[in-house]
Ligand binder design. Structure first.
Ligand code: M6R
Length: 608
């Protein structure tokens, strides 16, 4: 889950690589480093901590070469200290690596006891092996081709060598690697974001492909060294969204972008005149949806919680049974997937390793897979049979916000599409649900007003011992998501519960120092949720409730009452998510935590 970038071209590699690393820092920020050609060798500069520390070190550094590589690290093997920072250099060979070499113990042993390692990483041995091969191989490419079969695991790697200063080689198995083709220059990176400031022309490498850059040209080979013809894609994204625009954090900006993001997510699929729903450009025949007899939703983290809301939506509206799994469980549980099942694969980044592995497993079983991704052309997007997009724009904050609410909107549409195809939805109801979705962005705007409440209350709220989030029905996964946000941002104990489960154990946790966040919108379960709230209050819990405007009883039972506009039950999860995001954001800010880059985490989890 690191970010790697390499540049060969006429410009100063230092600036290009550092700017590339800035775009990749979301992938890990434990340490950073570069190796750039200078006076006949690759000069290495590395620093523990965030990229800004490396930038400080690089200020006084000059390089006279036109080739270099860089890395931003999320530590897997070895502590997050400078000696474990990439690039790793052995006998003039420098490498940067994203991923995990699974057989590194064996490979280390095979190198023999005489081999000196300067780090505890699994990555350094790749430099040792390539350096060893280079003693007899004529090019960096041929040395890499010799080493490639020895490596097991997930990796994307960039290599340079002082003895081959006109050559850069990159190869991958698992994590993404993209070759940007600019005028007179090549830039290779883990994410298209690092490439787009220079060119919109890109080649997405497939697993076990090797790219050799020589001067301004490049060639792609398979793992046996046979040349491969690959199409150069033109990327239709823009980079202009990745600015804070006056917000103190990307996360806050992204919370505020949600109404627009949801509007963009649903726009292609709802006819605003007729209020008809039809999923557009999915890549599957329209008739397909009627054939689906069971749905499997597979995802991780926040995307999993979005999928959990999807289960309620699809089962209620389309009457099709839905199973939902976290990808890391699904891939190892030997699931039984009946014929005519549809798998919905949800991933903001489109690169999450467990989700990707589950997708590949499902495809091997012959299951039709539709992805809901934010990053177009990501590995998951490219490998699924059908494609839906969150259309949220770039999400920088490690804590996912706008991708979550956009996914909820898309899942509404999937449920409606399937319900229509199954002929269990009247056109009257179709229009009603479509109108509810179209109204959601404006309603979300009004919910953003609770920002002020949480900003003011954060100093008091941060004193709680922990947070219990409760909800029923579609609000239950939102309670889980709210707790995840609090954990990842505020580093506080937080749990989400189905409100009806409280009396089966968690009630014992409640006292004056435990905040109880109760999701109680006006829906068919409101009265039952209210009873659960009474139970929590009777035990001394401090209630923060999120409910529909005008619910006086809810208000009277709560210490703090945050209101949502009156909305359809299908829209409530989208609205409820916003106060919970703001609650976690402000508590974390009040605690002085790094909101955009919480400790120990990374935005894109490309390792198991
Ligand atoms: O890119 P993905 O949607 O596949 O990512 C899945 C999770 O890693 C992600 O949602 C994670 O839980 C977020 N940090 C939560 O805010």
């Amino acid at each position: 889950m690191c970010g790697i970038v390499g540049y060969y071209g006429p410009q100063n590699p230092k600036d290009i690589i550092v700017n590339g690393l800035k775009c990749l820092e979301y992938r890990g920020y434990d340490s950073a480093g570069v190796a750039i050609f200078n006076k006949g060798e690759f000069k290495r500069v590395r620093a523990e901590g965030k990229l800004s520390v490396l930038q400080g070190k690089l200020e006084s550094e000059e390089f006279d070469g036109h080739i270099g590589i860089g890395h931003t690290r999320w530590a897997t093997h070895g502590a997050p200290v400078e000696r474990n920072a990439h690039p790793h250099t052995v006998a003039g060979v420098s490498i940067v690596h994203n991923g995990i070499i699974e057989n590194y113990m064996q490979l280390r042993e095979d190198l023999g006891e005489g081999t000196k390692f300067e780090s505890e990483t699994d990555s350094e041995l790749v430099a040792h092996y390539i350096a060893q091969e280079l003693k007899s191989e004529p090019s960096l490419l041929s040395a890499v081709l010799k080493v490639l079969p020895k490596l097991h695991g997930a990796y994307s790697i960039l290599v340079v060598s002082k003895d081959h200063p006109d050559e850069m080689v990159a190869f991958k198995n698992g994590p993404p690697l993209i070759v940007g083709v600019a005028a007179g220059a090549i830039i290779i990176a883990s994410d298209i974001q690092a490439i787009m400031p220079h060119t919109k022309k890109a080649v997405y490498l497939d697993d076990l492909e090797v790219v050799q850059v020589k001067g301004e040209s490049f060639k792609i080979f398979n793992s046996k060294g046979v040349p491969v013809d690959k199409a150069v894609t033109t990327v239709d994204w823009t980079t202009d969204q990745a600015q804070k625009d006056g917000y103190p954090h990307f996360m806050l900006k992204e919370i505020y972008e949600q109404p627009r993001a949801v509007a963009k997510a649903i726009a292609p699929h709802i006819n605003t005149s007729t209020h008809e729903v039809a999923l557009k450009d999915v890549g599957l025949p329209d008739a397909y949806w009627a054939t689906v007899e069971r749905v499997f939703i597979v995802a991780c983290g926040t995307s999993f919680y979005a999928g959990s809301v999807g289960k309620y939506l699809i089962e209620e509206l389309a009457r099709v049974p839905v199973e939902i799994d976290v990808a890391s469980e699904f891939r190892y549980r030997n699931p039984v997937v009946p014929k005519n099942s549809l798998a919905i694969i949800i991933s903001q980044s489109g690169e999450t390793a467990d989700t990707l592995a589950a997708l590949r497993q499902l495809k091997q079983m012959g299951v039709t897979c539709v992805s809901i991704c934010n990053v177009k052309n990501s590995t998951i997007d490219r490998e699924t049979n059908g494609h839906l997009y969150m259309n949220s724009g770039v999400e920088i904050g490690v804590a996912s916000t706008k991708a979550f609410t956009s996914t909820l909107a898309i899942l509404n549409l999937v449920a409606l599409q399937m319900a229509k195809a199954k002929k269990v939805l009247t056109s009257e109801n179709e229009h009603l649900y479509a109108k509810a979705l179209l109204a959601a962005p404006a309603q979300m705007e009004t919910v953003l007003a609770c920002d002020k409440f949480f900003a003011d209350a954060a100093n008091t709220l941060k004193e709680y011992r922990g947070f219990l989030y409760m909800g029923r029905g579609v609000s239950y996964p939102i309670a889980l998501e709210g707790a995840l946000k609090m954990k990842e941002l505020a580093y506080m104990h937080a749990e989400g519960y189905a409100a009806g489960e409280m009396k089966h154990g968690p009630l014992a946790l409640i006292d004056k120092r435990m905040a109880v966040v109760m999701l109680a919108p006006s829906d068919s379960l409101y009265e039952k949720t209210l009873s659960n709230l009474e139970e929590a209050k009777a035990r001394g819990g401090e209630i923060i409730s999120v409910g529909t405007l005008g619910n006086e009883r809810l208000k009277s039972l709560s210490k703090h009452y945050l209101t949502l506009p009156q909305a359809n039950w299908t829209i409530n999860p989208i609205l409820e998510a916003i106060p919970l995001q703001l609650l976690a954001y402000h508590v974390a800010s009040a605690l002085g935590n790094d909101v955009d880059q919480p400790r120990n985490l990374a935005k894109s989890v490309t390792v198991e």
